[in-house]
Design a protein around this ligand. Sequence first.
Ligand SMILES: [Zn+2]
Length: 234
Amino acid sequence: MNKERILGYEIHRKKVKNINLRIKPNLEVYISVPMNLHRDYIENFIRSKEEWIKSVLKKVENVKEKQKDFEYKTGEIHKFLGKEYNLIVKTGNFNAVSLKNNIRPNEIILTVNENIFENIDEKKKIMEKWYFENAKKLFLQFMEKWLEILDENVEKVAIKPMKTRWGSCNYVKRYINLNIELIKRTPFEIEYVILHELTHLKYPNHGRGFYNYIERYMPNYKVAEKMLNAKHYY
Ligand SMILES: [Zn+2]
């Protein structure tokens, strides 16, 4: 595995003649360089391209942001644990979110006080709080399960919005971050990200040992990677 990091980017040394830089559909920056090319040269090359990389990533982020804008109105499709739900917005004496799984299509019922029925920000807050509470419960449950299987321990688990990643691991401090957006994915995908991050406690990099270890516990992990990889990495 000829992998190293320069200026935060992963460098792949290969039998190529030129430096090759591209941004993959999952927004990962891929840089391959000739086997013996000097580090300083690569560093200068990256610096000369950094503005361009940032502008491309920003453009993609902006498009993604726009696609995500909900108005929290009846009829919208919202996701939860890999399933699609029709959103139904009702007024009531309280603010609450509930699920109806026994009908087709499934429904997410958002009940709000009349005075915020048209208030997108307030409705968004209520929905996000509900997602967060569910994520907290479920992710920690899966975390417990995998910590026991792997006989590991962590110091801190944080669930939060993350722009370009599904999760991350600080293996020195034993901190794990999980993207709150995972709550919209299937339990299989969520468990994979948790296993992935916990594996970083033993293997900081994505080498062969890393994937051998994951495969031992989740032989079909590549399916999960495919399902997840469209947008983020970890
Ligand atoms: Zn990783």
